[in-house]
Write a protein that binds this ligand. Sequence first.
Ligand code: COA
Length: 540
Amino acid sequence: MIPITSHVDRSSAAFRDNAAAYAELTATLRERMTWAIGGGPGRERSIERHLDRGKVLVRDRIAMVTDHDTPFLELSTLSGFGQYDDAAPGAGIVTGIGVVHGAPYMFIANDATVKGGSLLPVSIKKHVRAQEIADQNDLGVIYLVDSGGAFLPLQDEIFPDKDHFGGSFYRQARLSARGLPQLSVVLGGCTAGGAYVPALSDEVIMVEGIGRIFLGGPPIVKAALGEVIDPDELGGALLHTHVSGVSDYLADTEAEAYGRLREICETTNQRRLDERTGWIDSIEPEPPAHPAEDIYGIISADSRIPFDATEIIARIVDGSRFAAFKPEWGTSIICGFARIWGHLVGVVANNGIIFSDAALKATHFIELCEQRRIPLLFLQNTSGYMVGRDSEAAGIAKHGAKMVAAVANATVPRYTVLIGGSYGAGNYGMCGRGFNPRFLFAWPNSRIATMAADTAETVLVDIRLAGMKGSDTTEDEVGAMRAEVRSQYEEQSDPYYATSRLWDDGLIDPIHTRDTLGLCLALAARQDEPAPGSGLVYRM
Ligand code: COA
């Protein structure tokens, strides 16, 4: 692999302008992350009340369980952002991957300072997504339960469908059966359906005085049976560890519970994060030759001005070394081999619109990685596949479909980062959410939609006008229609709109991309090799 020669001029006006514009994007990201962690209406009061009850805040709980000086990869911190009247920062649940006694675990931890830890539609989506990641990456799951259960006013969006509450319990039972430990610490309410999170766990710890499990809480018992009963008598830690056996261990304090949990983790027989099964070619890591901070000056402040993905690759991969595949052909996609934190990966990165030749090159390369058992990394920045008479006549639809089919059928781990635009079918061919990448992260400058706002403004208004044939439409009315479509597309393609709805696993600062991917690859390197597909490589 040869080091990439960078052509970035740090002293240029464009670099400085871009970097200044990106500084605003990262400042906004930090500000909104801070808001998700501690902000929201009435949150201060909820946090105070939580602490007054002697309870530990959710992220501190996770820190008390995980090994010192190990990373915690928090997922979708900004889920719920801008939804539910902004009253559900982080959707009231924290998910992420942390290390306990050297082994990685998925954490699913309710944040009782947001709507009593009750689960809104996006919260249950986040819970289920965390279980899906655990399944794909062979991770045990630690549930830190402190929840009011289903957010009752929106019960129709949480309860009945696939991947709603039922789906989360289905996954929990199956993860356990796969040998992935399901461990619960009960730190608050587990009412009705919520009772099944601990009840379906392999081992359960309850903290006296705060942990409660019941299928029907005191109000339901009073309504149904006329019995008036104290919550602890009905479902407290003493009852469940001494009498019912719903819980296995009793802890007097949270600290004691986390100590006990760590002891349990010593016995779960999980593969450590630093273990290597050898199926991913891994060597000693080497930092990139070019600093990641350059990325801020490389990404154009004006999204209509393209930037060279090679320069981005040079700031993510080991030694900035890259073995480009077919570099002279289909140049609107860059393909090639590199290493990230020592792990060999195949990189597929957009450099503009996808033409037929680029789609064929990418297809060939994806098949190569599949045959050689090399994980794939997709760096998305495209307005989609080329349109127009020549392109259609050259069969762009069938060539794009080959790429889409190759991506869909690749069995090696696939990872996607939105480094710019993710538009139209480009999203599919480049392993968008629908193609089940193991992780999908996005940068704060990214955009995701069927088409860019500029294009949508013309297309949608033309369609509307064609439908209104014969009626008089004034220039002002056409202008208002354009403005309406533009504003809708701008709002919905915004990365915060996307991450709020869990179309990704989180917005990340570009300079954290390498470490984030390194952790994701380390998870895969400790797994057994996935069963291969056909291994066929067609020369396109
Ligand atoms: N649905 C909707 N909102 C809920 C909720 C639920 N299941 N559980 C809690 N909340 C809301 C409360 O309305 C309150 O909202 P507000 O801040 O806008 O006023 C907020 O969460 C905090 O609840 P509160 O009861 O004040 O907190 P608490 O710490 O004293 O008690 C619980 C927390 C979870 C023990 C208690 O709220 C509770 O028992 N909730 C209902 C549990 C239940 O029966 N669930 C059935 C699920 S099927």
